[in-house]
Design a protein around this ligand. Structure first.
Ligand SMILES: Cc1ncc(COP(=O)(O)O)c(C=O)c1O
Length: 434
């Protein structure tokens, strides 16, 4: 596959041109040489008709989409753009609650009034099963709706996108998927990418499961109508100075996908399957295999202590809490990585103190709503200890990343169960309305 952005950068870098243009570092050293602005021939992200468009078309062909648009501001920008498109159509947003804070912030900026679906949580707020009947009941009662789902979620659990798409389309609703964790899914032995199985719009963070630089993401659509407007929707929120380093990494992502990803995925699926067999019971068996989610509490190990012991043995986890440790693998991991993880796990079993660990709490019902997310964002607010927060209205959400999944969202009244969840997730202070 050709790499038009990288080729242009290499040619320009080799030309020894005096750079009488931005950026101020003038490309004097190392990787800075590739960091350019929209000079002639370099195209322009939000008016793309040259090398960027060519590269995006490569991406679109690989994912078999109607159109794919590059983001240098992560899936966060893609989520803002997809919600903006829904707002233009005056659609009512129905969203599954374990959404990333990027969704909450975008909803606040766009002053959207979100209708939540609580998933059937098992342990903690990261993951839960979506009840299809509940989705159908909501959509039936919503005239001009859209459904927002996070899949894979932080633990790797995947929603039944095919059925959700079928239900959405039956009621004239649009299916939006936060597929930030699922850019590789199109190249699994069975294509499980949201666009392939019915989603209308989805975002993939190329920096999470693919080989893009941090900040790289792609907004995909299967719809002719949204293909025409999404670039403009993105431009509303984005910087006018997109990073060519990040764009070049998306270009290289296409090449990697075209030439190597399927083989790499097959190799890793074998390593992961062997690993899972060795640690049956500890590793959750459902969902995306590249998310190795371990229920350490089941064996009496506190996940945070376990993760600390893994760290001492050279393994840095994606996420841990009292119950769970998540290792996030990708197609580029090598056999040796799994060997090192196994060795570190064995040491951690020996060195982590065994105790009785209560399950992580989760929301059993939605907190009472005092105002919309958008109204809450613009009210005067203050930061207080969670110990004094009962009865106060949540202002902007301030939850640590990872997992960046909110407990009470802006405009909701913080109740005692929210406070218990804050405590267990180590959140000590919250923003509330004055
Ligand atoms: C589920 C989910 N959605 C969206 C995002 C935001 O993605 P990005 O960091 O690419 O902006 C994240 C980031 O962690 C995420 O985990």
């Amino acid at each position: 596959m050709n790499t038009p952005i990288v080729d242009f950068l290499e040619k320009y870098t080799a030309s020894d041109t005096v750079r009488c243009h931005m950026p101020g570092h003038k490309g004097k050293n190392g990787i800075y040489r590739y960091d350019i602005t929209e000079i002639k021939g370099a195209d322009s992200l939000f008016e793309a008709d040259g090398i960027i468009l060519e590269s995006e078309k490569n991406m679109s062909m690989l994912y078999n989409t109607k159109a794919s648009f590059y983001s240098v501001s992560g899936s966060t920008l893609c989520i803002q753009a997809m919600l903006f498109a829904m707002k233009q159509e005056n659609r009512k947003i129905i969203a599954v609650r374990n959404a990333h804070r990027a969704f909450i912030n975008a909803s606040a900026l766009l002053n959207l009034d979100v209708d939540w679906i609580l998933p059937d949580y098992r342990t903690g707020i990261l993951s839960g099963r979506i009840d299809l009947q509940q989705v159908e009941d909501k959509l039936k009662a919503t005239e001009n709706g859209c459904l927002y789902v996070t899949s894979p979620d932080y633990t790797g659990r995947m929603a039944d996108i095919k059925s959700l798409a079928e239900i959405c389309h039956r009621y004239g609703a649009v299916l939006l998927v936060d597929n930030a964790h699922g850019g590789h899914l199109a190249f699994m032995p069975e294509n499980m990418h949201p666009i392939a199985i019915g989603a209308d719009i989805c975002c993939d963070s190329a920096h999470k499961m693919l080989v893009g630089l941090t900040g790289s993401a792609v907004l995909h659509t299967s719809s002719e109508k949204y293909a025409r407007i999404l670039r403009q929707c993105m431009s509303i929120f984005a910087s006018t100075s997109p990073s060519y380093l990040i764009l070049a990494s998306l270009d290289l992502c296409c090449k990697y996908i075209d030439e190597k990803i399927k083989d790499d995925i097959l190799k890793n699926l074998q390593y992961i399957s062997d690993f899972r067999n060795d640690y049956k019971g500890l590793v959750l068996s459902e969902g995306d295999p590249f998310h190795i989610t371990m229920n350490t509490a089941k064996y009496g190990y506190n996940g945070n202590e376990f993760a600390e012991n893994l760290r001492k043995n050279g393994i840095e986890c994606e996420y841990s809490d009292d119950n769970t440790v998540i290792l996030l693998m990708s197609p580029v991991n090598k056999a040796d990585d799994y060997t090192r993880i196994s060795e570190a796990l064995e040491t951690s079993f020996e060195t982590t103190y065994i105790n009785n660990i209560p399950d992580m709490p989760f929301l059993k019902k939605l907190p009472q709503k005092a105002m919309t997310i958008g109204q809450a964002l613009y009210m005067p607010c203050e930061e207080i200890s969670i110990e004094h927060a009962e009865g106060r209205i949540c202002a902007s959400v301030k939850v640590p990343c990872p997992p960046a999944i909110p407990i009470a969202v802006s405009g909701e009244i913080i109740d005692s169960s929210c406070i218990e969840i804050y405590r267990r997730y180590g959140i000590k202070r919250v923003m509330v309305i004055k």
